[in-house]
Write a protein that binds this ligand. Structure first.
Ligand code: HEM
Length: 541
């Protein structure tokens, strides 16, 4: 990080971008002993290779640091904590870092301790990496079954109930079994594009919904919940191949309950994850509340599944080319009905809060940057007729829309850090990390680093347009979706629905925001710290 012991310096020389990294402590040569184990089948592998090949420092031709100079894990700098609880109490001090601002804490710690530091916060020990090149070693060392840290409260709940851990929390072969089933549908571009029409219809309904929800100040009270409804309706068309009905005049009670419980679930996950996990020995108040939310989510999820099963029994099999995802899951011999349910619920959980929050940040940024909004409006005008449906072909032409979303995720990476337990010992930043070490990429820190992204606090979608930015830094931004074989399985789906919804918003409304600036806070994902009071002024007004 910028003022820390390590510095990434971007130097443009002979019109070629080169990044040199020096270690203030010993001004050493950067180590590039990449422990390449296997090549993953990862759609972004090429771009990640590119990050390395272009950001690779000039010193690479110098002899690598001799093994004897690689320092031990114990020497990695970082805040000193107490036995068992680590630095946990720092987070309760008046002027200390905050749980709900963990991304800020990572950024500040990296400035203080450098691009590789370690910290134990309650039960979680991590090595935090803020240098993209060094993190690339972690990416390249991944094997067939990447191991991400469990979301412990979620996993604990499922173990208590004797349930499978599902896609999000399972590891090893168990995870791979789920992933292979789901990826056959969700990672195929053709499959995702085939939902463009449904997403377009849902987005049209959402526009009508927004229009009807505005008060006489053009504001929508509880906008977060309305966006959540859209996200749920959108994933519903894919999972269930039918409309849930969230955007009608009256949301069905079941869908309403589902939303309330999911919101509560995410809010409580954050404190449960970072505090000492007392809930594992004693059902604390927070845990009981969390358990209740989860019970309700599963109960409602199960009833969606049961309804589908009943429909299938009466209606027979659907057209094999376009069956709902749930039908597909239930027909997989490798999954029990309970596992199919866990996976469907994981997707509902994974799809809603993330997409909602990401979309809120996009809308906020547009409202705060009228010139960007106007440029976006002009793009949609050039490419689409009024009321024209958004087809895959049209979607592919909407490059500014995509740049706006990318820039939003750079400023507000809703998943602010990655998580991996490395499988083999690995040299990173001149230190040897033992197998099993939990490492995280400090995405928020990287994305706000002026050496990597000049003027990082400004919202400039133009950075992402052809020729405006180094291709390597474009690739870095993909990390907001994770990486390798375990990267977000809903990425294509999420991007498509957000692009479509955003296009429609800009076609229909001019967004304005004249209240105080919004700050990000963590409710598991990075959310606005207060209700977003946007004005939706109709374009035709
Ligand atoms: C703005 C939207 C989203 C963001 C930023 C996001 C981000 C992420 C990230 C960072 C991961 C961890 C990846 C890794 O460890 O390498 C992840 C995993 C996951 N996401 Fe998403 N996600 C989003 C939307 C979605 C949607 C729409 C779905 C479902 C339709 C989804 C389902 C999942 C699932 C099931 C996993 C676990 C995958 C596995 O472990 O194999 N996500 N997501």
């Amino acid at each position: 990080m910028r003022n820390g012991s390590n510095l990434i310096q971007a130097i443009t020389k002979n019109s070629q971008r080169v990044v040199s990294t020096t270690t203030a402590s010993k001004q050493s040569t950067k180590v590039l002993t990449i422990d390449e184990v296997t090549a993953q089948t990862c759609p972004f592998r090429k771009s990640l290779d590119k990050i390395e090949s272009v950001l690779r420092p000039r010193e690479e031709t110098k002899p690598l640091i001799p093994k004897s100079e690689i320092q031990s894990f114990q020497n990695i700098p970082g805040p000193k904590g107490l036995p068992i609880v680590g630095t946990l109490f720092d987070y309760f001090k008046k002027d200390g870092p905050r749980f709900n601002k963990m991304f800020e804490a990572y950024k500040q710690r990296a400035i203080e301790y450098g691009p590789i530091y370690k910290e134990k916060i309650g039960p979680i020990s991590s090595v935090i990496i803020s240098d993209p090149l060094e993190y690339n070693k972690v990416i390249r060392a991944e094997r067939k079954y990447p191991n991400r840290r469990e979301m412990e409260p979620m996993a604990h709940y499922r173990r208590k109930r004797n349930m499978g851990l599902g896609l999000v929390n399972a590891q090893g072969e168990e995870w791979h079994k789920h992933r292979s089933v789901v990826s056959k549908k969700m990672l195929k571009m053709k499959e995702v594009l085939s939902y463009c029409g449904e997403m377009d219809t849902v987005a049209d309904d959402f526009m009508k919904h927004l229009m009807s929800r505005r008060d006489n100040q053009y504001e929508i009270q509880g906008l977060e919940t309305d966006i959540f409804k859209w996200a749920m309706e959108s994933i519903g068309t894919f999972l269930f191949e039918e409309r849930i009905g969230c955007l009608g005049e009256k949301t069905p009670q079941q869908a309403q309950d589902f939303i309330v419980n999911l919101q509560g679930f995410f809010k409580l996950m954050q404190p449960l994850m970072y505090n000492v996990p007392l809930y594992k020995i004693y059902p604390t108040k927070t845990w009981r509340q969390y358990e209740e939310y989860t019970d309700n989510i599963l109960r409602i999820g199960r009833s969606f599944v049961d309804k589908k099963v009943a429909q299938l029994q009466t209606a027979g099999t659907q057209d094999a080319d376009h069956v709902s995802f749930l039908t597909y899951l239930l027909s997989q011999q490798s999954l029990t009905p309970d596992e199919a349910l866990s996976t469907a619920v994981d997707l509902l959980v994974g799809a809603t809060e993330t997409t909602t929050t990401g979309s809120l940040w996009v809308l906020y940024n547009l409202a705060k940057n009228p010139e960007v909004q106007e440029k976006l409006y002009r793009e949609t005008k050039n490419i689409l007729q009024d009321n024209e449906s958004i087809t895959p072909e049209k979607l592919s032409q909407l490059s500014y829309v995509k740049a706006v979303v990318k820039e939003t995720f750079r400023l507000y990476p809703i998943t602010f850090a990655t998580s991996r337990h490395i499988e083999d010992k690995l040299e990173v930043g001149g230190y040897m990390l033992p197998a099993g070490t939990h490492v995280q990429a400090n995405l928020y820190g990287m994305f706000h680093d002026p050496e990597l992204y000049p003027d990082p606090e400004s919202f400039k979608p133009e950075r992402w347009l052809q020729g405006e930015m180094d291709r390597t830094l474009k690739s870095l931004s993909n990390l907001v979706w994770g990486h390798g074989a375990r990267m977000c399985i809903g990425r294509r789906f999420a991007e498509q629905e957000i692009h479509i919804m955003l296009t429609k918003i800009v076609q229909n409304f001019k967004l304005e925001y004249d209240n105080e600036d919004i700050e990000p806070v963590l409710n598991t994902v990075m959310t606005p710290d207060r209700p977003l009071r946007l004005k939706f002024i109709p374009r035709s007004a």
